[in-house]
Design a protein around this ligand. Structure first.
Ligand code: HEM
Length: 366
């Protein structure tokens, strides 16, 4: 039996999975060519087959390995890398100043931690303002249909949402102005040999669900840390809030685990694994583990071929959202312990249980 300091895989018979939680085993799994993001026999979940959800799923870089993934990932990295982060902040400020529901007398912060980042991302990706209010619940429905444990009614709603999202971007892509995010993404995809516009569209929709719960969790956990630790005079400082967001992302990953499916017999950390084995990678535990030279400082955005290409955008959206909510008074008093968490198969999202007046957002009444 290895001691706790020796890199190793831990068997969980009850869940029928292997667990990796020390940094070097997590790194080894993330970089092993034998460990894939989907089970070999089920590249697309059965419930999505033949539906708009399946059309998106099968084209996602996130859900593929091998040549499909390797060829297209650089296109995603390049188009996300050139997004202007000051523009991201400005879009977030704009949406914060403009209530998404004009009739609301108060706004539930636990909803706003989803809606404000999603509206911001939508504008950055080129969705016209008029389409954003309808897009928000569709992104939510699609995001909640993806995790393995989604209920049948969630999958059903997710498939309808996928149809809506496909139609929206099939309308927007052909008219995207040159230099816009969508037009640039299409060009990057063509440059790597991908000529089917539906692959650009599917991966654009993928950005929304990949950001959805993780960014909400990061915003909520940052607000709790700001209320507890940051003096009021420093709460509008981009750098101070950005540092808190980066710290929360590392210390309490909003997406706490990743999964891999063993595609062929292999050995990792001295453990023989068979095709079909499932490995759960505990990202927070790996971050807390003493790191050896050459290891990343954080696994919160994954690592290796499938590492998250949206981390800078995610941190910027979270920082800008948090600053806008701080200005609305959300952090004026500390959040009482114990903090509850939303039920989620994917993310750690603290429940904040506070409301704001729409007029106080973006400093309106304060
Ligand atoms: C705080 C928010 C976010 C967190 C915590 C997060 C975390 C992660 C993690 C852990 C992975 C790796 C999954 C795996 O290896 O199984 C990942 C992949 C990915 N993320 Fe993020 N992410 C966030 C926001 C975003 C945003 C804003 C975007 C895009 C705008 C994005 C785009 C992607 C993509 C495309 C992948 C798949 C990459 C690939 O498979 O090669 N993420 N993310």
């Amino acid at each position: 039996m290895p001691d706790s300091a020796t890199p190793h895989l831990i068997r969980d018979d009850e869940r029928n999975v292997w667990i990796a939680k020390d940094a070097s085993t997590v790194q080894a799994v993330f970089t092993s060519g034998a460990c894939h993001v989907r089970p070999t026999a089920e590249p697309v979940p059965g419930a999505f087959l033949g539906t708009p959800g399946g059309e998106i799923y099968r084209r996602l870089v996130r859900m593929n390995d091998g040549a499909f993934h390797a060829a297209r990932k650089p296109a995603l990295e390049r188009v996300l890398r050139v997004v202007d982060l000051d523009h991201v902040r400005a879009e977030c400020d704009r949406w914060a100043a403009r209530p998404m529901d004009e009739t609301a007398r108060s706004v539930d912060i636990d909803q706003l931690v989803f809606d404000l980042p999603t509206a911001t991302l939508a504008s950055v990706l080129g969705v016209p303002d008029a389409d954003v209010p309808e897009l928000l619940p569709q992104v939510s429905d699609f995001a909640y249909s993806i995790p393995g444990g989604a209920r049948a009614d969630q999958v059903e709603r997710g498939i309808l949402a996928a149809g809506y999202l496909l139609q929206l971007f099939q309308r927007l892509l052909p008219i995207a102005p040159s230099g816009s995010f969508l037009a640039s993404f299409q060009r990057e995809m063509r440059d790597v040999g991908e000529t089917d516009p539906d692959t650009t569209i599917a991966n654009t929709i993928g950005f929304f669900f990949q950001a959805y719960e993780g960014t909400a969790g990061l915003v909520a956990s940052s607000l709790i840390a700001i209320a507890a630790n940051v003096p009021p005079a420093m709460r509008d400082d981009v750098q101070v809030i950005g540092d808190i967001v980066a710290e929360r992302l590392r210390d309490d990953p909003p997406v706490p685990a990743a999964r891999r499916f063993v595609a062929q017999e292999t050995v990792i950390a001295g453990q023989k694994l068979s095709a079909g084995d499932v490995i759960v990678l505990m990202l927070g535990e790996a971050n807390r583990c003493p790191h050896l030279a050459g290891m990343p400082d954080s696994f919160s955005g994954g690592f290796g071929p499938h590492a998250c290409p949206g981390q800078d955008i995610a941190r910027t959206i979270a920082e800008a959202t948090a600053r806008n909510l701080v200005r609305a008074g959300i952090c004026d008093t500390p959040f009482p312990e114990p903090i509850a968490f939303r039920p989620s198969g994917v993310a750690r999202i603290p429940v904040l249980n506070r409301q704001v007046q729409p007029s106080s957002l973006n400093g309106g009444n304060r």
